[in-house]
Design a binder for this molecule. Structure first.
Ligand SMILES: *Cc1c(COP(=O)(O)O)cnc(C)c1O
Length: 405
């Protein structure tokens, strides 16, 4: 493990001044136990073997790194490579931390896992992991997202999970987190709350990052095979809570020559409620149990957020992202709805890969970046998930370019 990963967060769960644990007293003991179990498990050879086994024989890892030849030619600049998390079982990077979280639950003797979900990807991944390990699964999801992401709701139900609609406020991801947390508080002695990203109170930002770091470590080796042992010049990933981006970034943080870009959704405009570009427009604050950068309304409450990518419309961001941006290690890229849809179609038609709308934000930014760079430069994009869940919504709202019937 790199020096950076060993030393961050500190023992209280802080990345600089971001992170920590702001939770009701009833949850202090359960969270302490989770942190202790994780500390002892993470170096346990049996746990490491079990994780290796499921990654290889069940998830289908390693996922490849593909050279996007046609997209590179189309952009006419830097070479674009894709880390293919769309090929991870269940269709996104999320199974990487879900399998590990459920193993953690199993080791703690719990029979049930609880979580929130935005686009439904985390819910599907957790329901998948729970089915595999034989645990009960309860998923909280905003009513708006339930309608928009219907196939994932059906998937979760088929996989045996119970889906509970969050009916307050905007009825999206934030309300789903509130609802899941409330339910967990009432059964913290017999279940575990499996957070869907590098967010929440300590130790989750660290636990989820560590389990996602497989994406970065695989990429490093695979990219070197493509490019004569070189490191990528640039890495690009979309940022909602920040798990797929932390996953791919984490193996490269000590490699200062590698530029790391986290791409935030500009949605349909700059006004509050039209985007969810937290690191760009947010300010410091505590939400959902951790200190980070967040988008606030006039009253200082979490602001309404929007993006065409339901998995990235979150008004806060993982504390490690706030820290890495603060110290100048990472940069923020922006991409609006229109650019994301354009990239969604471009990657489909030029490379035969239908990306998730979330991942399309990273692809779109990489396309803009490639055009500004020389042909001997490289960009590695994390394609965090596949777009099957988004196809109906996209074709109903944005006509297929060059459609042939
Ligand atoms: C959930 C999701 C995201 C956003 O979550 P992060 O924690 O920011 O990675 C991005 N892409 C896909 C495909 C997702 O399912």
């Amino acid at each position: 493990m790199s020096d950076y990963l060993k030393n961050h967060p500190d023992e209280n769960g802080y990345f600089g001044r971001f992170g920590g644990s702001f939770i009701p007293p009833v949850l202090e003991e359960p969270f302490k136990k989770i942190a202790q179990t994780y500390e002892s498990l993470k170096n346990d050879p049996k746990f490491i073997e079990e994780l290796k086994y499921v990654r290889k024989n069940y998830q289908g890892r390693p996922t490849p790194v593909s050279f996007a030849k046609n997209l590179t030619e189309y952009c006419g600049g830097a070479k674009i490579y894709l880390k293919r998390e769309d090929l991870n079982h269940s269709g996104a990077h999320k199974l990487n931390h879900c399998m590990a979280e459920v193993i953690l639950a199993k080791h703690m003797g719990f029979k049930k896992v609880i979580a929130e979900t935005g686009a439904g990807q985390h819910g599907v991944a957790l329901a998948t992991a729970a089915a595999y390990f034989g645990l009960e699964c309860e998923i909280h999801m905003g009513e708006v997202d339930i309608k928009k992401e219907h196939p994932n709701v059906v998937r979760m139900k088929i996989l045996g999970a119970k889906v509970i609609p969050a009916t307050k406020g905007l009825k999206t991801l934030k309300e789903a987190v509130d609802s899941a947390f409330e339910s967990y508080i009432s059964q913290a002695d017999s279940s575990i709350y499996c957070i869907g990203s590098v967010v929440g109170p300590h130790p989750f930002p660290m636990v989820v990052r560590d389990f996602q770091s497989i994406v970065g470590f695989e990429s490093k080796e695979q990219f070197a095979e493509h490019e004569n042992g070189a490191l990528p010049d640039n890495i690009v990933a979309c940022v909602g809570g920040g798990s797929n981006s932390m996953g791919i970034f984490s193996a490269f943080i000590d490699d200062k020559e590698v530029n790391l870009y986290g791409v935030e959704p500009m949605g349909r405009g700059e006004k509050i409620g039209e985007h969810s570009a937290t690191l760009t427009y947010g300010e410091e604050g505590v939400m959902h149990g951790f200190n980070s950068i967040m988008l606030k309304d006039e009253k200082g409450e979490p602001a309404p957020v929007y993006s065409i990518g339901s998995g990235i419309d979150y008004p806060s961001v993982g504390p490690e992202h706030a820290y890495l941006k603060d110290i100048g290690r990472t940069k923020v890229g922006l991409c609006d709805d229109k650019e994301a849809v354009d990239a969604f179609y471009k990657l489909s038609q030029l490379e035969g890969i239908i990306p998730a709308l979330e991942s399309a934000h990273a692809v779109a930014f990489a396309m803009k970046l490639a055009k500004t760079l020389a042909k001997d430069k490289t960009i590695l994009v994390n394609v965090s998930g596949r777009g099957d869940k988004d196809i109906d919504f996209v074709v109903e709202n944005y006509p297929i370019p060059n459609a042939k019937f």
